[in-house]
Design a protein around this ligand. Structure first.
Ligand code: MN3
Length: 382
């Protein structure tokens, strides 16, 4: 059997490094063709030295010399820049592109990879949130081109194997509730960056951790599910499940409900995206049913988590609204992390941006990029 050759976009981030863990476990089945990083040349150099990919790319050119000096062999062609990244994605020798870029920057590579005939394991949910309408043509109902890495969507995919999509009544996406699940509205108003970065169950990058605290992440995931599984919004709901054991559920038309469960470990959905519809062994911790376990569920409170509601409004409005939502949220989260704005201003900036920015052009990659730029500029100054 030929090894599956992987191009990992964002190899130094949380998903990227865990993808490489999986490669370490299955060297007979997986091969690293290429890895890319935005700025983290040190980790990228270590990865190049260990995995000896054919290509490695650093987007940020200011550290390219540092990278070059840290690589100990000449097996890897070193590249630099955003344009080169687009070219690398098209390369014939990559079977699967793992897109774990953060934010809107992951959108174009997703489109490029799909149109070059690649399988895409998608950890960049913003691609679907912003450009779902453009990606829809690659979603053929077999889920074999665009495979979610997000744990909730992977859970749904696992529940759907062997099922007819027409029998789905509802997708139920679970949410941990984040660090402010039990906080009052008044307490949340005073939340600091440190408070918001303290996620109870998952260890993730800072952007997604803040999105979990505001529950924008769950709103983005509802939009992601809407496009991935082709269901209208009223067939998708979110429920808070603080233990993060049930990763999501599907309700069928006979009242039967399937859930996918496991201890929180992103390596499982990453690996499943590479092996779907097969399974490979994965050394991981399991739930211990010999001790008392409690799984609880509670509704999402839109009053304390307005970002969740804003996301649903954006997909309901359609067209460019999800792009505005995403861009303004990315900027607001950045500004919050720099302590330029307070926690509560994240949702206020998103709300103002949604009512301020509209566009009537036909939807395209270029027009989405234009709206993205406009929304970012606006969110930076309000
Ligand atoms: Mn998720």
């Amino acid at each position: 059997m030929n090894r599956q050759s992987l191009l990992i976009l964002g190899s130094t981030g949380s998903i990227g490094t865990q993808t490489l863990d999986i490669v370490r476990m299955h060297p007979d089945k997986l091969d690293v063709f290429g890895i890319t990083a935005h700025t983290n040349w040190k980790t990228l150099a270590e990865q190049i030295n260990e995995f000896r990919p054919s290509f490695a790319l650093l987007v940020d050119d200011s550290s390219f010399n540092n990278l070059r000096e840290s690589v100990t062999h000449d097996h890897t062609t070193l590249l630099c820049g955003q344009k080169e990244l687009e070219e690398l994605v098209k390369s014939d020798d990559a079977d699967t592109v793992i897109n774990s870029l953060v934010g809107f920057s992951g959108f174009r590579p997703t489109i490029t990879a799909l149109s070059a005939g690649k399988k895409v394991a998608l950890a960049n949910k913003e691609s679907l949130v912003v450009g779902g309408a453009l990606l829809a043509k690659y979603l053929n109902g077999n889920y074999d081109r665009l495979i979610p890495v997000d744990s909730e969507h992977s859970a749904i995919l696992q529940c759907l194997v062997g099922e007819d999509i027409r029998t789905i009544e509802k997708l139920i996406i679970t949410a941990s509730g984040g660090p402010f699940r039990t906080w009052s509205k008044h307490q949340i108003k005073k939340a600091t960056v440190r408070d918001a970065l303290r996620h109870p169950n998952w260890d993730m990058g800072s952007k997604i951790t803040i999105d979990s605290a505001t529950m924008m992440n769950k709103g983005l995931e509802v939009i992601e599910a809407h496009w991935l599984f082709g269901l209208p919004l009223d067939h998708i709901e979110a429920v808070v499940h603080p233990q993060s054991i049930v990763h999501s559920m599907v309700l069928f038309n006979d009242g039967s409900m399937k859930a996918q469960m496991g201890l929180p470990d992103m390596r499982l959905p990453i690996q499943y995206a590479l092996t779907f519809p097969d399974r490979w062994p994965l050394a991981s911790q399991h739930i211990d049913w010999t001790v008392k376990q409690q799984l609880t569920f509670e509704p999402v409170d839109p009053n304390r988590f307005p970002c969740y509601e804003l996301a649903l409004q954006a997909i309901d409005t359609g067209d460019y609204a999800p792009a505005v939502l995403n861009a303004s949220n990315e900027v607001a989260v950045e500004r919050f992390l720099k302590e330029e704005i307070s926690y509560i201003e994240i949702s206020e900036i998103v709300e103002k941006s949604l009512s301020h920015i509209t566009n009537s052009d036909t939807l395209s990659v270029e027009s989405l990029e234009a709206v993205d730029r406009e929304a970012r500029a606006y969110a930076r100054i309000i």
